[in-house]
Ligand binder design. Structure first.
Ligand code: FEO
Length: 181
């Protein structure tokens, strides 16, 4: 059983995860339009990851018997200056998501909501990995600079990324199930 504050905070966070999916799909579309199909693949995999994050919150709300609210999702940007610009915005966005997740954990502690605190631990760890991955790509993009060959090599490498998250949400999804607690 979730209290009203926690329920609303989780509904709000779920919308932010859906927005993340929308944002990365827009970055995938932009990458594709500039001929960087590998970057487009990387961002479409990221889209699927964010959908799985959002649906994990959805599943948790359902399992807790809490009302799910599908809040409005704003339109993400559709134009970007460069791949460097895209990854700078990606890192900025992931840091924003980390801040939100930390605030959710703070709220769970304040409300003595142990179940939500345990569930959110997975997200805390996931954010460390997400920020690290994006930061590494950003550093390499800075090294590559305006070198087209370097960019195409990165494009080829990032295009190898595959979806490792469940894609079928019809029977629920709980990425946090293996978190000890
Ligand atoms: Fe689900 Fe990348 O934050």
């Amino acid at each position: 059983m979730l209290n009203a504050r926690m329920r609303e905070a989780l509904n709000d966070h779920m919308a932010k995860e859906f927005y993340s999916a929308y944002l990365y799909m827009s970055m995938s579309a932009h990458s594709s339009s500039t001929g960087l199909k590998g970057f487009a693949t990387w961002f479409m995999v990221q889209y699927h990851e964010e959908m799985a994050h959002a649906m994990t919150i959805y599943d948790y709300l359902n399992r807790q018997g809490a009302k799910v609210r599908l809040l409005e999702i704003k339109e993400p940007p559709s134009g970007y200056d460069s791949m460097l610009d895209i990854f700078e915005k990606t890192l900025e966005h992931e840091r924003y998501m980390t801040k939100n997740i930390n605030e959710l954990v703070d709220l769970a502690i304040k409300e003595n909501d142990h179940a939500t605190k345990i569930m959110m631990q997975w997200f805390v760890s996931e954010q460390v990995e997400e920020e690290d991955n994006v930061d590494n790509i950003l550093k390499r993009l800075k090294l590559v600079g305006n070198d087209a060959n370097g960019l195409f090599m990165m494009d080829s490498e990032l295009g190898q990324r595959v979806v490792r998250m469940p894609l079928d949400f019809s029977k629920g999804i709980d990425l946090t199930a293996n978190v000890a607690g």
